[in-house]
Design a protein around this ligand. Structure first.
Ligand SMILES: *Cc1c(COP(=O)(O)O)cnc(C)c1O
Length: 380
């Protein structure tokens, strides 16, 4: 049996006719940029995320960059985030010549640890603390970060909160949707995300009319009206073909989320049945969280050998992420060193993503778990 990490072709088969019809309409209209599909999708996504506004942009990365720009983050400003995330979270901070301030993660959810947040803020010098402007909690793998304490501390220190919800559309924290709790939410429509387009795309969510308008202006080079520039923005427009595809997919998203959650539960049960408590730790979902499992992450012994073994058995896996950001070469100038964020560093060595797409069958999951059990039997 072959089980790939992700199989987008299966998903496409179910919506092929509908999607091709809508793409054909866009082609017939020859209106490609910021048209009726983008406007429609913005309304529908705002509704889905329970926010007042949503603004379509060119990528999930820009959905982080533009909010930072909208609140005026610039050279020397400091932005708190996690070192255990996709590069874009921190890359966006640095592109504005701002300084990322890392806070380690919780060992079980892999999200930023709110208990370490105050400590890191206290550790800043008075001058640094004066430049502390924002925080980007990342909702990793499909589960929201611990937003209540994060929002409380942010309010106390007057930090703008940008939720990196790239992996987490549809997730909930204590009944609140991802992207609706901070000043902004950042969504990605990269094809492997829970709501993925046929290329790049992203969206900024917010409840502030003023901030939504600012992002709308910045995504078209800061111009309003056209060719009159009060700000320097960027080109970050969502295109009509992407929006048309995403509108169709959005109608299926709730079902796909349920399939992912059911798949995660099935994995949990299968792992309990083969009983590998010393070798495999299962994902931790907080009881008040709706975890939408963009990734199903296990923490394992002998990770790299296991991964190799599974590859030989035609099972696709991935490591998200092998090098925490504070140890990346391009951030060496920040002065961090090995051992600064031990929880992130350990996770980077021990975690493994298993296949979890909505169309995954119980038989495929049984195969994956049985091969993992086989590996530990053979190597113990
Ligand atoms: C995918 C992702 C992004 C960036 O999204 P793109 O659409 O690829 O630019 C940012 N943050 C996280 C956590 C992501 O997973």
């Amino acid at each position: 049996m072959k089980v790939s990490l992700l199989n987008l072709k299966l998903q496409y088969q179910g919506i092929r006719e509908e999607v091709l019809k809508e793409i054909e309409k866009v082609c017939d209209n020859q209106s490609f940029i910021l048209g009726e599909n983008v406007a429609g999708l913005e309304k529908e996504i705002a509704q889905y995320c329970n926010t007042k506004y949503a603004v379509g942009v060119a990528s999930g990365t820009d959905a982080i960059l533009l909010p930072l720009m909208a609140v005026g983050i610039g050279a020397g400003d400091r932005v708190i985030t996690t070192p255990y995330t996709f590069f874009a979270t921190t890359g966006s901070i640095v592109r504005l010549n701002a300084v990322p301030v890392f806070v380690d993660i919780e060992p079980d959810t892999y999200n930023i640890d709110p208990n370490k947040l105050e400590y890191i803020i206290k550790k800043q010098t008075a001058a640094q603390r004066a430049r502390l402007k924002a925080i980007i909690p990342v909702h990793l793998y499909g589960q929201c970060a611990e937003m209540e304490p994060i929002l409380k501390i942010s309010k106390k220190h007057k930090l703008t909160v940008i939720e990196d919800a790239a992996q987490t559309i549809g997730a909930e924290y204590k009944g609140k949707r991802a992207g609706s709790m901070g000043d902004f939410g950042s969504l990605s429509f990269y094809p492997s995300k829970n709501l993925g387009g046929f290329g790049d795309g992203g969206m900024v969510t917010t409840n502030s009319e003023k901030l939504a308008e600012k992002v709308r202006i910045l995504r078209v080079h800061g111009s309003k009206p056209k060719y009159y520039h009060k700000f320097v923005g960027i080109n970050s427009r969502l295109d009509e073909i992407q929006a048309a595809v995403l509108r169709i997919k959005l109608k299926h998203l709730a079902t796909w989320e349920n399939n992912r959650m059911a798949g995660a539960e099935r994995y949990n049960k299968l792992f309990q049945d083969v009983s590998l408590p010393n070798a495999v730790s299962l994902p931790a979902a907080r009881p008040y969280n709706r975890h939408v499992f963009n990734q199903y992450i296990i923490r394992v012994k002998k990770r790299d050998a296991l991964r190799e073994y599974l590859a030989k058995e035609c099972i696709g896996t991935e490591i998200y992420y092998p090098v925490p950001l504070h140890l990346q070469e391009c951030f060496r100038y920040l002065g961090y060193k090995k051992g600064d964020f031990p929880v992130s560093e350990k996770a980077a060595k021990e975690t493994l993503a298993l296949p979890i797409y909505p169309e995954l069958t119980p038989e495929e999951q049984e195969y994956v778990v049985s091969k993992i059990a086989e590996f530990y039997k053979k190597t113990s």
